[in-house]
Structure formats: C-alpha cells, structure tokens
Ligand binder design. Structure first.
Ligand code: G3P
Length: 240
C-alpha cells in the first residue's frame, strides 16, 4: 500500500509484469494492480501463479484478475474461483448483460467485482445499481475514437456523487499524465496506468536542468574551495 496519506486517489499499475510491479512497489506510490487477459497473456506464465506472485509483491494492495467466460454462469464460477485464491483479489467482469447478472450474484456473496470495459454513463449507472465494488471507464480508448474520455469520467463522478453510490470509480486506459491529473482533480477513487505513464509523472525538464546546474555549481565550488560537504550548521557551532 502506498504512502502515508489517507483518503487519496489510489494508483494502480496496469500491468501483469512482475519486474514493473516490483519496481513500482518500491516507490511506495502503488496501491494495486489491474490485469486483463491481454496483459496476462503477454507474461507467458500460468494465470494463478502469476496473480499470486503479484499478491505477494503488494501484500496490502488490491489485485484485479479478470474472468474470460462470456456467460453469466461461467463468470460466476470463475469469479468465485479467482476470489478464493487470495483475499486481496478483486474480480474483473466485462460490462455485458451476462456480466451484470454475474456481478449481482457475486456481490451478494460478498465478492468484490470491478466492472470493466465501461464506455458510457448509462453503463456506469447500471453497474453501480447492481452492486459493483469498482467501475472502470476506459478513457484512452474513447479518445482513440474521437470522444473525450474525461467527459465520461466527469459524468460518472457527477452521477455517483449525486446518487451517493459507493462504487469506486477507477479511471482506466490512461495514456498520459493529464489523464491522471484530471482524474485526481475530479476525485476519482483510483487511476490505473501503465508503468510508462507512472514514470512520466516524475518527469519535468526543468527539474533535470535545475539539478544539472546545481551539481555543476557544486563541482566548480569544490575545485576552488576544496571539500564543502560539511553542513553549515556544524561549522557555525564550532565557531571561528
Ligand atoms: O486494463 C484496462 C485498461 O486500462 C486498458 O488500457 O491502454 O489497453 O486501452 P489500454
């Protein structure tokens, strides 16, 4: 679990890659992981083994694992199985009619469900009513077809706030820092992002340029004054 601040927007990594998750976890800003069948398929490892390895890397984090059945009975069966692997697993179910039926039953059994592939406010409204723990609107994929994904996120936040739904909004398919910043401004509960986007959040060219100048000045001073690493306070205490 990340940081020490409460009530903040959570950061999830949108990957099933162990090296990426390990390096994200070390930073202390990663609260969980989202996987999907595409991301899992890339890793070439047995599904259960991979998901449990991810759970070990983030002992207090949330790990999202997705079903691949398309009928509600199959989704329920898979959802129960996935949830039994580890207490930190949230079951991802696609936004279909069968998906919502499965969600309703699984939520009734106390299983936390993240409804994925959400592309409209109407879909978000349906899944909140059926008891979703998380809804995942895909911002970047809407941008890709010429619609503004952030508009959808704003609509969902407005609907959930006005209706006091407890379903958490997870901004997904994020492509750049502006998506993350805007999601945070809207009070989205979670933002999931690929490692590349997380890395981008750290970067500013003025930080790099400023640091380079600081170090250059330090070296120049060292050349003329010798060692200057002694803290100024210590010098002052010693007196003249
Ligand atoms: O994991 C779901 C979602 O974040 C996928 O993102 O980049 O494949 O559109 P993307």
């Amino acid at each position: 679990m990340s940081g020490r601040n409460g009530g903040h927007m959570k950061f999830f990594l949108d990957t099933a890659n162990i090296a990426e998750i390990r390096s994200g976890a070390e930073l202390g800003v990663v609260d969980g992981v989202t996987t999907n069948p595409t991301l899992v398929a890339k890793e070439g490892k047995p599904f259960r083994e991979l998901i449990l390895e991810i759970c070990d890397l983030l002992p207090k984090g949330v790990v999202n694992a997705e079903v691949v059945s398309t009928d509600s009975a199959g989704m329920m069966r898979e959802g129960r199985e996935l949830a039994s692997w580890h207490p930190n697993i949230v079951v991802k179910i696609p936004m279909t009619r069968d998906g919502v039926r499965a969600l309703y039953v699984l939520a009734g059994e106390g299983i936390r469900v993240n409804v994925t592939l959400c592309f409209s406010a109407a879909q978000a409204l349906i899944v909140a009513k059926a008891g979703a723990y998380i809804v995942s609107p895909f911002l970047g994929r809407l941008d890709d077809i010429g619609q503004d994904g952030l508009v959808l996120l704003r609509e969902i936040m407005e609907i959930y706030t006005a209706n006091k739904f407890s379903t958490q909004v997870l901004a997904a398919s994020l492509r750049h820092p502006i998506h993350v910043i805007e999601a945070a401004k809207m009070g989205a509960h979670i933002a999931t992002m690929p490692s590349k986007v997380l890395e981008m959040l750290f970067k500013h060219p003025l930080t790099d340029r400023g640091l380079e100048a600081f170090l250059k000045d330090w070296e120049k001073a060292r050349e003329t004054l010798g060692e200057i690493t002694e803290p100024a306070g210590a010098r002052a205490r010693q007196g003249p």
